[in-house]
Design a protein around this ligand. Structure first.
Ligand SMILES: [Zn+2]
Length: 403
């Protein structure tokens, strides 16, 4: 099989994404342009904002143009908007006008373009309103973000993204057990109605992901206490207690629990921190996101030893394409089951999501090519491997299929 035969095979397949944060319709209804796309992308995290000035554009391009995020976002918007030119100071306004016109002409452009560019299904994490599918259930399944519940020991607590857990979920006071019961019925009803296909925790951005010990006494002792009288250690222990109940729930409801590992707060986000949890809940499936970047091999080792660990290359393809290639080779070789490996783009806009999908297709095609070239894969089985990585594993893992 030639390189170009492999590429066309991979390009002809649909893609299932295990993780996204696509913005709601209202976001795309106003002011879409190149600056807005860049500022709501990982390029925007690099510290060189597109501020509407010539100087700002120059600084952004000068610093970021060779970065993986920029490379794939540029390709994504070229593909989506039919542009051949690269983003330069000279082409900036033309590209920006093209983006404005596409979104301005069709208010459904943003989500329909995901469908038209190869996505068959995407699992949406609306962290600003957990479990929301942006009103497009035909395209988005959802993962229910459990983080907000990990904050709610008092009525006045406001969790990240301005969500007040008690009022948001209609909890009017009671005991810790009442609160946990409300969380259970909230999650259960979303799973049973078919809207939520997974749970998700991204607390790696806010605290260490060693969610131990499971300390009911402390959780009970601070429940209902005013925030100013609760220290950080007790607050983390409350979070631990809730996280453990979610591990139980995910096992009982037979849905995967997706956990952000790696690249967030680097102190405390190493995947190995989850080891006691993975051992304590052997019937709960833990999807370890982002390949634990930069600790990609820790995820490989966990997947090797624990059948309830599912390695996911979500976001990894665009964090560092080079690492993602090596990591995919590792996971194929080390994972006890090829059916446990997935990917998602982890983006807010179709421009970036389509770019990330191009990155994933490039990585899958390249890994297949290299494995055939080195005698590690028979050409006749390339199609089977590509199907699993691009869409079949997502369908199986999130569609209750059995491995
Ligand atoms: Zn994410």
């Amino acid at each position: 099989m030639t390189r170009s035969e492999i590429t066309s095979m991979v390009d002809s397949m649909p893609v299932y994404s295990d993780h996204e944060h696509h913005q709601p319709d209202a976001f795309f209804a106003e002011g879409m342009n190149l600056d807005k796309v860049l500022n709501h992308s990982y390029v925007g995290w690099m510290g060189f904002p597109a501020d509407g000035t010539e100087e700002g554009r120059k600084r952004l391009l000068d610093n970021v143009r060779f970065n993986s995020y920029f490379i794939w976002l540029e390709r994504g918007l070229q593909r989506l908007h039919g542009i051949d030119d690269p983003i330069t100071l000279e082409t900036w306004q033309t590209i920006s006008d093209r983006i404005a016109s596409a979104h301005g002409t069709d208010p459904e452009f943003h989500w329909k373009s995901l469908q038209e560019h190869g996505y068959e299904r995407l699992i949406q994490d609306s962290y600003w309103n957990p479990g929301d599918d942006n009103g497009h259930p035909e395209l988005f399944a959802t993962t229910f973000r459990i983080d907000k519940f990990m904050y709610g020991y008092h009525r006045d607590i406001i969790a990240p993204d301005n969500v007040q857990p008690w009022s948001h979920y209609g909890f009017d006071g009671g005991t810790l057990d009442d609160y946990v019961a409300l969380m259970g019925t909230t999650i259960q009803s979303r799973v049973e109605s078919g809207s939520a296909v997974a749970l998700k925790c991204a607390e790696a951005y806010n605290r260490p992901i060693s969610f131990t010990p499971d300390d009911r006494d402390t959780a009970e002792a601070i429940f209902g206490r005013r925030p100013e009288s609760v220290d950080q250690k007790s607050f983390y222990r409350f979070g631990n207690y809730i996280f453990h109940r979610c591990c139980e729930l995910a096992g009982e409801l037979d849905i995967p629990l997706q956990v952000h590992t790696g690249l967030a707060r680097l102190g405390g986000s190493s995947p190995m921190n989850l080891l006691p949890i993975i051992e304590a809940y052997p019937t709960t499936r833990f999807v370890l996101f982002h390949s634990g970047y930069p600790w990609t091999q820790e995820v490989a080792a966990l997947a090797h030893n624990y059948p309830n660990v599912f390695p996911s290359l979500t976001w990894t393809a665009t964090i560092c394409t080079n690492t993602a290639i090596r990591t995919l080779h590792d996971y194929i070789e080390v994972s006890p089951s090829i059916n446990r490996i997935t990917w998602g783009s982890d983006c807010w806009t179709p421009e970036e999501s389509i770019g990330a999908q191009l990155a994933w297709r490039y990585i899958v095609a390249r890994v297949i090519f290299e494995r055939i070239e080195h005698g590690m894969l028979r050409a006749a089985e390339a199609d089977l491997l590509a199907r699993k990585l691009l869409f079949e594993n997502g369908r199986t893992i999130y569609g209750k299929g059995k491995l």
